[in-house]
Write a protein that binds this ligand. Structure first.
Ligand SMILES: Nc1ncnc2c1ncn2[C@@H]1O[C@H](COP(=O)(O)OP(=O)(O)OP(=O)(O)O)[C@@H](O)[C@H]1O
Length: 250
């Protein structure tokens, strides 16, 4: 039997009097990628922040490789890399200085910093101030820091926001390579084509509940060739939905 890298067991989150996440269960095996999809406010970031240990569930449990944040924070932190949906970088620091700072905190070698700058296409601009970077360049820097320690679990909140088509392609290649290297990946996205390109498993969330889940193939079998788009349209009631018999729009 495959060993689960990530397990969520009846995870719920209440903030003040609002139930943000209702009992969510899922697990992921090594090398698998899971996409969390859904409209604005569905609860994607909240789930990812709980997995990243930034928020604690109100009930239920989360384990990464059998380690829970509650029982072993240091051990848990070593299991994960987290790419937030937004981050305020230190003023005036270059890309290389920023990554070197994170690398020193995590005892990562300087060689790894150079390798990863190369990998995400920021090597040429490594000495430029991050404050001069575009959104897409900042996203690539955040992706680099999440992968610095080669963590077993990579958590990414809207990783492709602001990427142009070239870097979107490159991102897909990087994520596929990370999977091949054995990283397990969970990410949120509004871009269903990204989910389709890299995810093994997709979960649609609405108002903090899992509405539908399955493999990309499961969605194709249920909804036709535009499986994820059709499921999204059905769940979120957008016009122009695609019929289940093979992708004709109404
Ligand atoms: N600290 C908080 N206090 C109160 N409500 C919150 C808090 N954090 C999140 N929420 C609410 O929880 C719900 C889920 O938010 P979340 O950011 O997880 O959604 P999301 O699916 O990531 O949305 P988006 O796609 O817009 O980023 C929203 O209704 C949001 O307003």
């Amino acid at each position: 039997m495959d060993k689960h890298v990530l397990t969520l067991n009846k995870v719920a989150k209440r903030i003040q009097k609002q139930q943000i996440i209702h009992s969510v269960d899922f697990s992921l095996n090594q090398g698998q990628a899971l996409a969390l999809c859904g409209g604005n406010g569905a609860g994607k970031s909240t789930i990812l922040r709980m997995i990243a240990g930034i928020l604690q569930p109100s009930s239920g449990s989360i384990e990464v490789n059998g380690v829970s944040w509650k029982h072993d924070r240091q051990g848990y932190a070593e299991q994960i890399g987290y790419m937030p949906d937004d981050y305020r970088f230190g003023q005036g620091l270059s890309a290389e200085e920023t990554l070197t700072f994170w690398a020193s905190l995590r005892k990562v070698s300087k060689d790894r910093v150079q390798d990863i700058l190369n990998m995400v296409g920021l090597y040429e601009v490594r000495n430029k101030s991050v404050s001069s970077f575009s959104k897409g360049m900042r996203q690539r820097l955040l992706f680099a820091q999440a992968l610095l320690t080669k963590p077993p679990l990579l958590i990414m909140d809207e990783p492709t926001n602001g990427l142009d088509p070239y870097w979107l392609e490159s991102f897909i290649t990087l994520v596929r390579a990370a999977k091949m290297e054995g990283h397990t990946i969970i990410f949120s996205t509004h871009q269903l084509e990204i989910a389709e390109a890299v995810a093994d498993h997709v979960i649609f969330l609405k108002e903090g509940r899992v509405m539908e889940e399955g493999t990309v193939n499961d969605f194709r079998q249920s909804y036709g060739s535009h499986g994820l788009q059709s499921a999204f349209h059905r769940l979120f009631g957008l016009p122009g939905s695609i019929q289940s018999n093979g992708g004709e729009t109404r």
